[in-house]
Design a protein around this ligand. Structure first.
Ligand code: FES
Length: 67
């Protein structure tokens, strides 16, 4: 099994949905311009709290998320 990190794509600033930018490997929030790293950490304000993350693992074709 492979451990991965599941990131909830909800901006911690005002709750907009963030978009994964696979070229830059960041999550972008279109509402006010916050940027988050692949681990959910804040790269650019106005958000000041990281995205919520969950421990997850891959078993075969299934991704199991620990809530
Ligand atoms: Fe994402 Fe404001 S809701 S930057």
């Amino acid at each position: 099994t492979n451990a991965v990190l599941a990131v909830e794509p909800v901006c911690t600033h005002a709750g907009c949905t963030v978009d994964w930018q696979k070229d830059q490997k960041v999550f972008n929030c279109g509402c006010h311009g916050s940027v988050f790293g692949p681990d959910g950490s804040v790269k650019r304000a106005p958000a000041n709290k990281p995205l919520k993350t969950y421990q997850a693992k891959i078993e075969g074709d299934t991704v199991l998320v620990k809530a």
